[in-house]
Design a protein around this ligand. Sequence first.
Ligand code: HSE
Length: 375
Amino acid sequence: MKIGLLGFGTVGRGVYELTSSRQDMQVVRILCRRDLTLPDVLVTHDFQDILQDPTIDTVVEAIGGLHPAWEYVSAAIQAGKHVVTANKALVATYYDQLLPMTQEKGVFFRCTASVGGGIGWLSELERVRRCETVRQVGGIMNGTCNYILDAMTTRGLTYDDALAQAQTLGYAEADPTTDVDGFDTWHKLIVSANIAFGVSLETSQIPVSGIRRIQACDVQAFRERGLTCKLVSTARDVGGVFSAYVQPTLFPACEPEAIVPTNYNLITLVGNTSGRQSFLGQGAGRYPTAYNVVQDCVDFLRGQGFYGVYGPKVSVSNQEKLMYYVRGGSDAWLEDNVAQHWGSAVITRPVAVEQMHQWLREHPSVFLAALPEKR
Ligand code: HSE
């Protein structure tokens, strides 16, 4: 396999290093904005040098973001090249164009590193779907948010100091608001749910709230009650009715989510026959992410392309009811739904997820977290 590598940042450099001594695949050209000299690979500033090189059969996209990543990936597919990407924003945003295009051109496409970093989560979903129906997917999918929440909870760091550390360690996106506002997790949920359920979720109906507004007083209130806050995604298929959302969620100490450390992810599926399966690993960072890019390339060598079928567009409805911790805003609707007070924060009665997020959009300075569901 001859690889054209797009990007030489955190992930791209990792892919170059992990493939440099392999016999079955070689990075033969790298697209990089910087002037870079490598002993064994030609570096170019011009994507056409990769697109028009007939010896390159596989493009690995590691530049991130939507543009020009989408233009490069779609051009590579149109040119008949296989594509591996770690870019969840790209896959979630262009799912309905990307998948039909790869089928039409008969090329392989995989994106295992896009969800869960070093965890073989999407590959395992593919195996699960061979034998059973997946009813639920989700969990802790963002290493940066987990690092921040873990550092605030276990080390007493401020939000800003914890975020700065996560950026230094190379976990955060180029624009870390993507992480802390939950959009990175949102993209990963869309990719996971689409593959798990064999559909294409209507993304405009999937609400998201992040951790930007969390304060030390929230962490303290949770700790006093034996709870830990995590940013969590959830998607369910209940007999063809789909729900999906991203929100901070509280866990009691007995749940595995409560002790997920640093940049780790804990991603869970619930299958019809196998029940709950959870996958723990480093969700961000150079080598964990590059590892799964290389795994995708190995899958191509074994003739394994996409994870399953591209499915129909389906709508999302979040009518399930949860209790919420809410701090930083109030109005008549919230007062009507208060069940308890925790200091200056309130705990709501069970309210529909859709309704709570609708209210949150009108009160953007509020921090909220869902209370544990009864199991
Ligand atoms: N910024 C992402 C995270 C990188 O923190 O999880 C891996 O997708």
